[in-house]
Ligand binder design. Structure first.
Ligand code: TXA
Ligand code: MG
Length: 332
């Protein structure tokens, strides 16, 4: 199969619709990461998502809708605070988990009784969703466990020959996946941290919990239990107090003839550069910058390096919670 990359135009949207309505899959941009989309009511297409990605069959998918689509067609909205969250964060990088009405096919939710729904704010994605006017289910458009793609080229690198079309909507703004929030209970619970933070939700609705994933627990968001986001090269993680050790490792790896790169926030990169370290992957300074750059830098690293030596950020406030979680899973 030839995989085409197309900018979003009337013509490419038409092509996308044709593929989707004939049980096919396409790559689509969102403001978080690129998605691998299928019509959410089409079991044949949904099965292909799991095959193409090599995704474990117990990990459900998110349904993506446009602004004009009534979310209550898909789910039961039972909690009052959901109205506030919808007004403030939809469209945007927030996914909410509700009790499902069963419109989305069971294959997409692994037979479960809940459905995760999100309304992307990416303009091209919103255009696509309006154009097809059906919910599209989509996981991140990478091979299972690999780093999530934030450009059309990243999607191509993983899925070339496996899907007919990737819609190119430029580089993703947020850079990490949406916040997944369970809104079935009286207090919302974060199942996967993202750029919509615990603090932002708390400020708005007065409370927000973070689901803890302990050994032996019934897993609430199956995706978080897997090793994830791994680049194809080696990757190791040093704590923010071990910059010296990371630097020693860099020189040892280099002396052994391996291409080593240190990945860290700007301040640490600047200091290392002054001390003569050449191969650096600079993540940026603020939490938002680091989220935006993390996957891009991991994927740059896997092209250039035999080993990425990552330095932890040492913070879990705000967006750092989601970034830390990805950093530990990709390099830890
Ligand atoms: O930003 C995003 O969310 C991207 C873009 C493409 O929208 N999508 C994405 O999908 O990250 P995926 O499949 O890679 O991750 C979905 C996460 C997984 O951790 C999954 O377990 C969780 O959402 N999830 C999906 N449906 C769920 C449900 N019904 N209950 C609990 N967790 C759910
Ligand atoms: Mg994923």
């Amino acid at each position: 199969m030839i995989t085409e990359i197309c900018r979003i135009t009337e013509e490419s949207l038409k092509k996308a619709k044709e593929i989707l309505f004939n049980h096919g899959l396409i790559g689509m941009p969102t403001e978080t990461v690129y998605g691998l989309a299928a019509v959410g009511t089409d079991p044949e297409a949904v099965k292909k998502i799991y095959e193409v990605k090599g995704r474990p069959s117990d990990n459900p998918l998110i349904a993506h809708i446009h602004k004009g689509y009534d979310i209550e067609k898909l789910v039961y909205v039972e909690q009052d605070y959901v109205r506030l969250l919808k007004e403030k964060f939809m469209p945007g990088p927030l996914t909410m988990v509700f009790k499902s009405r069963g419109v989305i096919c069971p294959e997409a939710v692994c037979g479960g009784e809940t459905l995760a729904v999100r309304m992307p704010s990416h303009e091209g994605c919103a255009r696509l969703l309006e154009y097809v006017n059906v919910p599209l289910v989509a996981p991140s458009a990478n091979i299972s466990k690999h780093t999530s793609p934030v450009t059309a080229e990243h999607v191509f690198a993983d899925l070339n020959g496996k899907i007919p079309l990737i819609l190119d909507g430029g580089r993703c703004l947020a850079g990490i996946e949406s916040t997944v929030l369970d809104v079935t209970g009286s207090v919302p619970r974060i199942l996967r941290a993202g750029v919509i933070t615990k603090e932002m939700i708390e400020d708005l609705v007065g409370g927000c919990e973070i689901a803890e994933h302990k050994e032996g627990d019934k897993v609430r968001s199956p995706g978080v239990k897997y090793r994830h986001y791994r680049p194809k090269c080696d990757a190791v993680l040093y704590s923010e107090t071990e910059v010296g050790k990371a630097e020693e490792r860099y020189y040892k790896e280099t002396a052994d003839g391996r291409r080593a790169f240190i990945m860290a926030e700007s301040k640490i990169c600047a200091a290392l550069r002054e001390r003569g370290v050449k191969n650096l992957l600079d993540l940026g300074a603020t939490g938002e910058e680091i989220a935006h750059n993390l996957y891009e830098k991991l994927l740059e690293g896997e092209r250039k390096a035999d080993i990425i030596i990552a330095i932890d950020l040492g913070r879990t406030d705000g967006v750092f919670l989601g970034v830390e979680n990805r950093l530990r899973k990709s390099c830890g």
